[in-house]
Design a protein around this ligand. Structure first.
Ligand SMILES: Cc1ncc(COP(=O)(O)O)c(C=O)c1O
Length: 376
């Protein structure tokens, strides 16, 4: 680590070697920028918090002089009732990433490995980096998970295999029967994590379709979040439906006390009490996504079948170009969009040069993006 201190004395701090392995999560991305900038890079959805939920959260703010409920009993009880999973088989986290990292830390160590498809969610590589385990990245088949190849990659050293369904960044989703067959075929001493961050948007494999697996297999986890469809990413709250309480207890041991703050717990419960708000948000974002996909297709972009609140689009005329040429073309588009006040995610950073991952925006924001692309 280099010191950037302006003090008279140079820092002589000694850091853990884990920092040699772990890449910093990018902080750029446009947070807290002026409202005029269209944030279409982080799959958040543009709709603000519903005023009714905002009022419940505002009222709860007077209670933040006390620590939050460490067991999040009310939220856990609501989730248990909704999904029919015993409360002790529900894990919670400060965002689903928190739960994912704790689960990875509970399972992985040097000599073990984690298997996942690539390109997929950019946090998965952190699991091996943090724990010193090996990682096995299995290429997608086109834009979709290759479950046969994932299964073939599982070895006696594998402790965790991850399927992202729908997949970030490609937006594709596999049907429940294929995921079920896969999970049943994985050896029972390997944890099968199905990351369902975008499940509410999928009409291929919806939120109830894999619940049977949780009841059947102790090694399965369905990872969920309130960040996307529910629109609570600024509060950070995620959860997992675990096949066994043993796995929940293991992840909980690796977290700081009171990891889920009071306002996050309150807002999540308020959203669960108002399913019509969730439905409205999902319908709005699906309509926006389809409009975006049509607009991009009309401009010659090759858009993958989308099952989440974003699209994955290849720039026109990429055939025959080298990776570097694709990266250059993509960087030019991203820069032009930034100049037009629209932020999108570049494919190169996600392992696929020449592509863009574009999250749904408001009608005006999407029109601005399409106009900027049409003017090139
Ligand atoms: C596939 C996937 N999983 C998990 C997350 C993490 O969400 P959070 O930590 O906000 O719950 C994301 C966020 O982008 C994601 O795309």
């Amino acid at each position: 680590m280099s010191s950037s201190s302006s003090r008279a004395q140079e820092s002589r701090l000694r850091f853990s070697s884990v920092l040699d392995r772990v890449a910093a999560y990018p902080k750029a991305g446009g947070y807290r920028l002026p409202d005029s900038v269209a944030l279409m890079a982080s799959n958040e959805g543009p709709e603000p918090l519903d005023p009714e939920v905002a009022a419940v959260v505002a009222e709860a703010a007077s209670g933040i002089n006390r620590y939050p409920d460490p067991g999040a009993a009310e939220l856990r009880g609501e989730l248990s009732g909704l999904w029919g999973v015993p409360p002790e088989q529900i894990g919670l986290g400060n965002g689903s990433c928190d739960l994912l990292i704790a689960l990875g830390s509970a399972l992985l160590e040097p000599g073990a490995n984690v298997v996942y498809a690539w390109p997929s969610f950019s946090v998965y590589p952190m699991l091996a980096q943090l724990t010193g385990a090996d990682e096995v990245r299995v290429p997608l088949d086109g834009d979709t998970h290759d479950l046969g190849a994932l299964l073939a990659a599982v070895t006696p050293d594998t402790r965790l295999v991850i399927v992202c369904n729908p997949n970030n960044p490609t937006g594709t989703s596999l049907p429940a029967d294929q995921i079920e067959d896969f999970a049943r075929a994985v050896p029972s001493d390997v944890c099968v994590l199905i990351d369902e961050a975008y499940v509410e948007f999928s009409d291929v494999c919806g939120p109830r379709e894999l619940l049977g697996l949780v009841a059947e297999l102790p090694n399965v986890v369905l990872l969920r979040t309130f960040s996307k469809a529910h629109g609570l990413c600024g509060l950070r709250v995620g959860y997992g439906l675990f096949g066994s309480s043993e796995l929940v207890e293991a992840t909980d041991r690796l977290r700081q006390p009171f990891y889920l703050n009071h306002l996050a717990q309150t807002a999540a419960v308020a959203m669960l009490h108002r399913p019509e708000i969730l439905d409205r948000r999902v319908q709005t974002q699906l309509a926006s996504r389809d409009e975006l996909a049509t607009g991009l297709t009309d401009l010659g972009y090759d858009v993958s079948p989308a099952q989440a609140n974003f699209v994955w689009a290849q720039l026109p005329e990429m055939d025959g170009l080298s990776g570097d040429e694709r990266t250059a073309a993509e960087a030019a588009v991203v820069a032009e969009l930034r100049d037009a006040g629209v932020l999108v995610r570049a494919g190169t950073a996600l392992g696929e040069p020449g592509r863009l991952r574009i999250s749904t925006g408001t009608s005006e924001e999407q029109a601005r993006l399409l106009a900027a692309l049409a003017a090139r």
